[in-house]
Every structure is written in structure tokens, then in C-alpha cells.
Design a protein around this ligand. Structure first.
Ligand code: SF4
Length: 368
């Protein structure tokens, strides 16, 4: 595989208002306005440089961290930078992540004005006690108000993020969260099983939920969200028809993306470049760490990560993306996965079974 122009842009905003105890992302719980000013200045340089290698962008994603933790004027500057530095495709999907407690109508209005057409709100749980368990600050109560405001300003596409299998969470707690989420009429829902990562405050404080609890909650999400018209299209993601996150689908399918900001990763088709996960080092222009794989290993990685999606891979699409025939590349591994009941395949392609979604690590390990 050879390097190509970037099709998408990811911007990492490393600021939050407090640090959640399960969080393993690179983010700072506190920041000064000087630090945020320096961040925006450096980001402009990085964007201007990166834009030279970009096609008109198919998608833009502001993640973090918490983009809405920026003040309205800072968010306005950031969105303006994107428009000043890059050409956007006419139907570009532009997503901004937000937390309900740091969002407001002024920010929604200015984002809509810039062309943002998708918002993603971190709710995690409506239950105050479960939020305390995972050290999630603030309150999600305003999220319904922000969804209505988004629609009024022309942003119809909204995601809500949830976490399940939280220690102490019962199946009925989870079902209540799902029902409350559906009642807000989002177009997309992300449901992540809690992972207790080394180095987070949560590690050592609690034990993970049992496999049985996890499985019951997985099935409850399929049942409740399915009844409301949502389809699971990736391990952790549900959408109404046509409302899948195009940015993430592009990443899972091996599409190219430019990453800007500390800890952001870029992928140009031939390899990855990771910015330092340290604001000061990034401000001081510490170079990204570049990792390139031999072409067949890169193609195998794209094959493996595409199996996160319920539709898996059509062989023709895989060939178009990588120039490789998946069956020549990993025919033995695909046959072993089919024998274990983790994949089904036919002449046109392969897709994960329910087991293959639940045990996706096994699918990836076999295909890499
Ligand atoms: S809001 Fe998100 S990025 Fe920020 S600390 Fe919490 S989990 Fe991490």
C-alpha cells in the first residue's frame, strides 16, 4: 500500500473540566487560558502544514478530551481554523464531541454556523450513583435541552455515548438508561462496556463486571435499541438507518486521516504517525512517532479492523482499498475463524457472527 492524500481530519482537544476516574485518554483536567491559546496557535501551524496533503475532507471529527470545555470564543476560533485551512467536500460530515455540562446554546449556534452537522454527547449514565462509581463529574440532565437546541439550529444528527457493565449496575439500571436515551430521540448511540485500564484511578478500586452481566447487557441493548429502530453496525455503535458515523466507518475501513493536536494519530495508507501525548512536548514540536508496516501486514491490519463492523468486508471493497485479495492474504485464518463460529463467509465477503463481535480480540489476533 502506498501513501495517499488524507480524506478525513481528526482534531484532539486535550482539555476537560476534571478527570474521570476511568479515563485513559490523553486529557488535562484543568487548563489555563494561556495554555488553550498556545494550543490553538500551534494547532493552526499543524493544520496549515497537514492541509497540503489533504483531499477535500469527507469528514472532520473534534474529539478529546472535551471540545465543549473550550470557551465559546475558543471553539469559534477552532472551527474557523478548519474552514480557513482545509477544503471540505460538499457533504462533509463534521462531528463535535461535547459534554452536557460544558455545552450551551451559544456554542451550538456558532458550531452550526460554521457547518458542524453532527454532535456527540458524553452521557455515560443518567444514574447519579453509577456516575459517582466511575468518577464522572457534572450532570447529564441538560442533554435533552441541547438536542432540541441542536435541531433548532439545523444539526439533526446527534449521538449519545453510554458506558455499561459498571460495577454495581443492574440489568434494570442499564435498561432504564437505554430507555431514557431513546426517549431523547438521538440518531446514534454508542454503548461501551467499561474497561478498567491500568494507570487510571479506577484500576484497583473496583472489579470488572462478570461475563454473564456483560452478555445480558449486550443483549438488552440489541433488544431495546432494536425495537426503537437502531441497528448495531459496529461492536459498540448503533444507528438509525443511514445515520452511521461516516468518520468512524472510514477509519474502520482503512481510510486515511490527518490527526492534529497532542496524542492525535494520522494514517496515510502506508503507515501511522502519532503525536506525543504531552501538551508541552507537542507545543515544542516534538516530532510524531512514525510506524510503517510491510504492505501485506498493513493490509491484514485493515482486514482485521474492518471486522469490527457487522457487515464485515466485501472482498471487492477490500481489494479496492488495499490492492490485495483477502483470501490469498489470510485464507487460512479466515477458515479457522469460520470453523470456530466467529465469522461467516461466502464468495462475496465475510462478516463476524454474534460470537465474533463479542470476542473481537480473538478475530483480530487471528487475522493480524
Ligand atoms: S470527559 Fe472524557 S476525556 Fe475527559 S476525563 Fe472524562 S472520559 Fe476522559
Amino acid at each position: 500500500m502506498t501513501a495517499g492524500a488524507f480524506q478525513s481530519l481528526y482534531v484532539h482537544v486535550p482539555f476537560c473540566r476534571g478527570k474521570c476516574s476511568y479515563c485513559a485518554f490523553y486529557s488535562l483536567g484543568e487548563s489555563s487560558s494561556d495554555a488553550r491559546r498556545a494550543y490553538l496557535e500551534r494547532l493552526e501551524q499543524e493544520m496549515r502544514q497537514g492541509a497540503k496533503n489533504c483531499a477535500p475532507l469527507q469528514s472532520v471529527f473534534f474529539g478529546g478530551g472535551t471540545p465543549s470545555a473550550l470557551a465559546a470564543a475558543e471553539l469559534n476560533q477552532l472551527a474557523g481554523l478548519v474552514k480557513g485551512c482545509f477544503a471540505l467536500a460538499p457533504d462533509c460530515e463534521w462531528t463535535v464531541e461535547a459534554n452536557p455540562e460544558s455545552m450551551d446554546e451559544e456554542k451550538i449556534a456558532l458550531l452550526a454556523e460554521h457547518g458542524v452537522n453532527r454532535l456527540s454527547f458524553g452521557v455515560q449514565s443518567f444514574s447519579p450513583s453509577l456516575r459517582r462509581t466511575i468518577g464522572r463529574r457534572g450532570s447529564p440532565e441538560s442533554v435533552g435541552e441541547w438536542l432540541s437546541a441542536a435541531r433548532q439550529h439545523g444539526i439533526q444528527r446527534c449521538n449519545l455515548d453510554f458506558i455499561y457493565a459498571i460495577p454495581g449496575q443492574t440489568l434494570s439500571d442499564w435498561e432504564a438508561d437505554l430507555r431514557q436515551a431513546v426517549a431523547l430521540e438521538p440518531t446514534h448511540l454508542s454503548t461501551y462496556a467499561l474497561t478498567i485500564e491500568e494507570g487510571t484511578r479506577l484500576a484497583g478500586q473496583v472489579s470488572p463486571a462478570s461475563d454473564d452481566v456483560f452478555l445480558d447487557m449486550w443483549d438488552a441493548a440489541d433488544a431495546i435499541l432494536g425495537a426503537a429502530g437502531f441497528q448495531r453496525y459496529e461492536i459498540s455503535n448503533f444507528a438509525l438507518a443511514g445515520e452511521e458515523c461516516r468518520h468512524n466507518v472510514g477509519v474502520w475501513q482503512g481510510g486515511t486521516y490527518l490527526g492534529c493536536g497532542p496524542s492525535a494519530v494520522s494514517f496515510d495508507g502506508a503507515g501511522r504517525s502519532a503525536n506525543p501525548s504531552d501538551l508541552t512536548a507537542w507545543l515544542n514540536r516534538a516530532p510524531p512517532v512514525r510506524e510503517t508496516l510491510p504492505a501485506h501486514e498493513q493490509a491484514a491490519e485493515i482486514l482485521a479492523f474492518g471486522m469490527r463492523r457487522t457487515v464485515g468486508w466485501q472482498w471487492q471493497d477490500f481489494q479496492q482499498r488495499t490492492g490485495c485479495d483477502a483470501r490469498q492474504l489470510r485464507g487460512d485464518a479466515l477458515a479457522r475463524l469460520a470453523k470456530r463460529g466467529l465469522l461467516t463467509s461466502d464468495a462475496s465477503g465475510a462478516r463476524p457472527t454474534r460470537q465474533g463481535m463479542l470476542f473481537n480480540d480473538d478475530v483480530i489476533m487471528e487475522l493480524l
